[in-house]
Structures are given as structure tokens and as C-alpha cells.
Design a protein around this ligand. Structure first.
Ligand SMILES: Nc1ncnc2c1ncn2[C@@H]1O[C@H](COP(=O)(O)OP(=O)(O)OP(=O)(O)O)[C@@H](O)[C@H]1O
Ligand SMILES: [Mg+2]
Length: 183
């Protein structure tokens, strides 16, 4: 049976990691959560350029794992549709299924959950201001129905020959897929 790559999508505090920890037992699946690595490596500083490198490597490991037949959860947030489309395309290229899992959250509930988390488990998170929360909400692109159904895949942007090439530009540590990915 083909493995599934789950893309966990949502704003900070939406409950992504909580959900991913349940799913890793139910699916079962290998869970890859960027924040755990960022905190370990950079001690709560959360440098964006390093985050991109960490994510690229986790995607490489995750896609290879899925290719080998084990389900994988990428718990990254994936705010942009292009990011999600690129990873859906790569999953298909390595012979895996892909499921976008969207966890919507309204602004007030989000604020409460983030405050709650900061008081109960401060070691597992970065600090987030109200201004950041408001700004991020304007940047976030919620998945559309075709993404949730796993149907239509848009063609790669014109300046990139494939979605894999686009993804290696977005995540510089992610190698571009060979034409015939290793089996
Ligand atoms: N369904 C839920 N109902 C109520 N509280 C929840 C729910 N899911 C998660 N929480 C709580 O909300 C807080 C945020 O959850 P979690 O850390 O899973 O969010 P996240 O989406 O992974 O956030 P981030 O993007 O910052 O990593 C935690 O304190 C968690 O216990
Ligand atoms: Mg999380």
C-alpha cells in the first residue's frame, strides 16, 4: 500500500502539533515538527533562514520515508498554497499519496490557546505578540477545496521547470528530485 504524506496546515496555536501527535499514533506515521528542531538547535531564537534549511532537510527525509512505504506527517504550518502544491507534487513523484489537513482557528480562540500554552508548556514554543498574530492572519492562505480533496494540481510557476525545482528554491537544503527518483 502507498504511504501518505500529511501536510498539517494552520496558523500558530491552531492545534497542529497536538493533532499531529494523535495522528502519528493513529496513522501511524513518522512526525516531523520543525519547531522541535529549531528550539533544540537555536534555543528559542527561531532564525528564519535556518528554519528554511531545517525544513528542507526534514522534507527530504520525509519524502524518502514515504517512498519507502511509511506514512509521514510534516507539521510545518504551510501558509502558502505554492508550498502545499509543491509538496503534493513531490509526494506523487515518489509514489506516495498526500493529504492536506487544515486546522482553522478564529482570532480569539487562537489568542487564548497561545496564552494557555505559554503558561503551561513554555519550553515547547516561541513567544508571539498580538501584532504578529494579526499580521500573520493577513499572510496565511487557507487551503481551497481542491487541495483538501487532493484533486487539481496547478502547474509549476513559469520561472521553474517543475514543482521540485520551485521547492528547492524555496527550501535551499532540499535537493531537486532526479528524473527517476530512487526506488
Ligand atoms: N482542539 C483543541 N482544543 C483546545 N485546546 C487545544 C486544542 N488543540 C490544541 N490546543 C491547545 O492549544 C495550544 C496550541 O496547540 P498546538 O501547540 O498544538 O498548536 P500549533 O498549531 O502546533 O502551534 P504552533 O504553530 O505555534 O506550533 C496548546 O496549549 C494545546 O494544548
Ligand atoms: Mg506546533
Amino acid at each position: 500500500m502507498r504511504a501518505t504524506v500529511y501536510l498539517i496546515v494552520g496558523l500558530p496555536g491552531a492545534g497542529k502539533t497536538t493533532h499531529a501527535k494523535q495522528l502519528e499514533l493513529e496513522a501511524p506515521a513518522l512526525r516531523l515538527t520543525t519547531d522541535e528542531w529549531q528550539i533544540l538547535l537555536f534555543d528559542y531564537e527561531n532564525p528564519e533562514d535556518r528554519r528554511d534549511l531545517v525544513e528542507g532537510k526534514l522534507i527530504e527525509i520525509g519524502m524518502r520515508t514515504a517512498q519507502l512505504g511509511t506514512n509521514v506527517i510534516l507539521d510545518f504550518g504551510f501558509w502558502s498554497k505554492d508550498e502545499r502544491t509543491a509538496l503534493r507534487w513531490i509526494a506523487a513523484a515518489v509514489g506516495a499519496r498526500c493529504q492536506v489537513v487544515y486546522l482553522p482557528i478564529d482570532a480569539e480562540e487562537q489568542r487564548q490557546r497561545i496564552m494557555h500554552r505559554f503558561t503551561t508548556t513554555p519550553d515547547q514554543t516561541f513567544t508571539i505578540s498580538d501584532a504578529e498574530l494579526a499580521e500573520w492572519r493577513t499572510v496565511f492562505e487557507p487551503p481551497d477545496q481542491a487541495e483538501l480533496d487532493g484533486t487539481h494540481l496547478a502547474p509549476a510557476p513559469p520561472d521553474h521547470p517543475t514543482w521540485s525545482a520551485w521547492a528547492s528554491h524555496r527550501w535551499p537544503s532540499l535537493p531537486e528530485l532526479a528524473e527517476n527518483p530512487v526506488t
